[in-house]
Design a protein around this ligand. Structure first.
Ligand SMILES: Cc1cc2nc3c(=O)[nH]c(=O)nc-3n(C[C@H](O)[C@H](O)[C@H](O)COP(=O)(O)OP(=O)(O)OC[C@H]3O[C@@H](n4cnc5c(N)ncnc54)[C@H](O)[C@@H]3O)c2cc1C
Length: 505
């Protein structure tokens, strides 16, 4: 007998969040312990964007039992080694936030502390020259991380670009093969138990009803259960992250696809470009009081590197989070729980994180306030950390004279972020309290990229003679480039048949 009285779980919504939930939970719980039902509406579509991910997705896919090559073929996927930020600091400037790390710690000091010391002595080579993921990405090559610490490949890390709609379908096949029941119907209303305020069942518009012990709300921005039925408030963060619209359009494939996402700053927001196998995903995230929808679409179409495929699609959102994304017998996952703009590709990650934390705090009964409390705390802290990271990208800009960029440079920022910037500026320190998803290498890449110059370095990096360090760095730089040159081109690695190519406009 299970320790939990929750044996019937209903997932409402069949977007990326709904099918990730079904695939993950069905891989953890046998059907005799937990029955899983997905209700998805044919009338209400999915958000239909979301193509870039971050490395922890590998953990999720492994947990679900996914074969990587099969998954990449099924989703038109490519590899991703980082994000290139173009014009964010100022027009004409570019930097990369690569995954992995630049070298290993030496004598207890971070690799970048030694580099800061060399730089202070006039060393000309940027840190990016030692960052294997970035060197590989810029050469449009790819390889897997190595477990041998003697090769720079041991510092690699990677994620994927893919078609999120195809990923949902792929996960659906897995979930259905594990006895997940699918009901195609629209939920008309959500019935509450008058005694304890939990959700008792769903009323479908075709007259059927679906009962359950616990419900996962994956209804997207609607938040049908968590918001409409249970009244959990939405905390608006648009004073920190003012973008509230996006317009997206795919374009024809340009060959060869690069293994990184590009995020280019624009007057009223920024534009993404994501190379998949069969096409390129593009979108412009913008602030609606600075540019009209028509102007935003025109700006996007004018900045494609190949002809558009189809018409631009508009999306509206409010950056923020549900104050409690778990309440009574409902867990909100995906867009129903909140949304941070896709600058660091974190939404799909938050779906996975929510599911992993939910499994770790699985309710013992329909209404389990102890597990619910700890779950909400864990998720809240993680979201705030990532929010700070995104705010930083905007805030630390030198695009003087442009209304959006002047506004975000001058805005008050959370104290937690002020502290991080002070620590980094004072001594290149990027290990912060409560650091979870984004760690030292992530902050380091973006802090340096956004022009924060450390005024000192860790004194532990004074523990070896300068000349010794210089020759060690020179040798390492040569090795990183040689190893990168020996890796296969990204496209060859994918095994993708080269499609008809177009020259860049
Ligand atoms: C502009 C933009 C760019 C993005 N880019 C990225 C990215 O690069 N990387 C990333 O990780 N994430 C990205 N995301 C986020 C990503 O798209 C979403 O996190 C992800 O697709 C999850 O969506 P969802 O499943 O929560 O909601 P949706 O896709 O909206 O799905 C909602 C589901 O609920 C169902 N539903 C709704 N109401 C009912 C009802 N009454 N009855 C029955 N069913 C119902 C719908 O039919 C649908 O199946 C982006 C989001 C936006 C807006």
């Amino acid at each position: 007998m299970s320790a939990s009285t929750v044996t019937r779980l209903v997932i409402v919504g069949g977007g990326t969040a709904g099918w990730m939930a079904a695939a993950f939970l069905s891989s953890l719980f046998p059907a005799r312990q937990l029955t899983l039902t997905v209700v998805e509406s044919a009338e209400i579509g999915t958000v239909g964007v979301g193509e870039a991910t971050i490395p922890p997705i590998q953990v999720f896919n492994k947990a679900v039992g996914i074969d990587e090559a099969e998954f990449l073929r099924a989703t038109e996927g490519t590899y991703k080694l980082g994000i290139e930020f173009v014009d964010w600091l100022r027009p004409g400037h570019r930097y990369m936030h690569p995954f992995g790390q630049p070298g290993q710690a030496i004598n207890g000091a971070s690799f970048h502390a030694w580099w800061l010391r060399l730089k202070a002595a006039g060393y000309p080579h940027p840190l990016s020259d030692f960052w294997m993921s970035e060197v590989l990405a810029r050469k449009n090559r790819f390889d897997f991380p190595s477990s041998d610490p003697r090769t720079p490949k041991s510092t690699l890390s990677y994620a994927y670009h893919f078609d999120a709609g195809l990923y949902g379908q792929f996960l659906r096949r897995i979930a259905e093969s594990r006895s997940v029941r699918r009901i195609e119907a629209t939920v008309g209303s959500v019935a509450l138990d008058g005694a304890d305020g939990t959700v008792s069942h769903l009323e479908l518009t075709d007259g059927r009803r679906v009962e359950g012990d616990f419900f996962i709300d994956c209804t997207g921005f609607r938040g049908l259960l968590i918001g409409h039925a249970l009244g959990r408030e939405y905390e608006d963060w648009s004073h920190y992250l003012p973008a509230n619209r996006a317009v997206a359009v795919p374009s024809e494939r340009v060959a060869p696809p690069v293994p990184y996402t590009t995020a280019t700053a624009r007057a009223a927001g920024w534009q993404w470009r994501i190379n998949l196998r069969h096409r390129t995903g593009n979108g412009y995230v913008y602030v609606s009081d600075l540019i009209s929808d028509d102007e935003a679409a025109a700006m996007l179409l004018a900045n494609l590197d190949a002809p558009a495929v189809g018409d631009p699609r508009f999306l509206r959102f409010t950056t923020g989070r549900r104050r409690q994304s778990r309440h009574k017998n409902v867990l909100a996952v995906g867009l129903s729980s909140g949304f941070l703009e896709p600058l660091e590709s974190t939404s799909i990650h938050f779906i996975q994180h929510a599911l992993i934390k939910f499994a770790a705090t699985f309710p013992l009964a329909k209404d389990d306030p102890v597990s619910t409390g700890i779950y909400n705390r864990i998720m809240g802290e993680e979201l705030e950390q990532v929010r700070d990271f995104l705010i930083f990208h905007y805030h630390a800009n030198q695009r003087v004279g442009e209304p959006l960029w002047d506004r975000v440079r001058a805005m008050p920022i959370p104290d937690s972020l002020v502290e991080k910037m002070d620590l980094f500026r004072a001594r290149g320190f990027a290990i912060f309290p409560n650091q979870t998803l984004f760690q030292e290498p992530n902050w380091l890449a973006v802090m340096l990229g956004q022009g924060i110059e450390p005024q000192a370095y860790d004194p532990l990096a004074d523990t070896a003679p300068l000349e010794e360090i210089r020759s060690g760095f020179d040798a390492m730089r040569r090795t990183v480039h040689q190893v990168a040159d020996s890796c296969r081109p990204h496209e060859a690695f994918l095994g993708a048949a080269p499609a008809a190519t177009r020259s860049r406009a």
